[in-house]
Design a protein around this ligand. Structure first.
Ligand code: ZN
Length: 89
C-alpha cells in the first residue's frame, strides 16, 4: 500500500458508514483513535483532515478560539487584531 501524498488508497465503508483509515496513513499523518476529523464535501469528493487541537500559529493549547475551522489562541488573536488595527490607519 502506498500512502505518499496524492496516492489513492481503497477503504471500504462499513454498515455504520464508517471508513477505516489505513494504519500507515494514520502514522504518517499523526492520527490516533479518538482524534476529531474535519470532513468537507467538494462535489463527489470528500476531503478529510485531522482537526487541530492547538493554536495553528504558535502551538499553544490554552485559551483557544475557533476561527473558521482552526483554533488560534487568545494571544495570537490579539496580535493579529492589533496589527490589523495599525495597518488600517
Ligand atoms: Zn497562538
Amino acid at each position: 500500500m502506498r500512502t505518499a501524498a496524492g496516492k489513492r488508497v481503497r477503504c471500504k465503508v462499513d454498515t455504520s458508514r464508517r471508513v477505516r483509515i489505513p494504519a500507515a496513513l494514520c502514522r504518517e499523518l499523526n492520527i490516533h483513535p479518538g482524534d476529531t476529523m474535519l470532513v468537507r464535501q467538494h462535489g463527489i469528493t470528500i476531503e478529510m483532515r485531522k482537526a487541530e487541537t492547538s493554536c495553528i500559529l504558535c502551538g499553544s493549547e490554552t485559551d483557544l478560539l475557533t476561527v473558521g475551522e482552526d483554533p488560534i489562541c487568545q494571544a495570537c488573536y490579539n496580535k493579529i487584531r492589533n496589527s490589523a488595527g495599525k495597518s488600517a490607519r
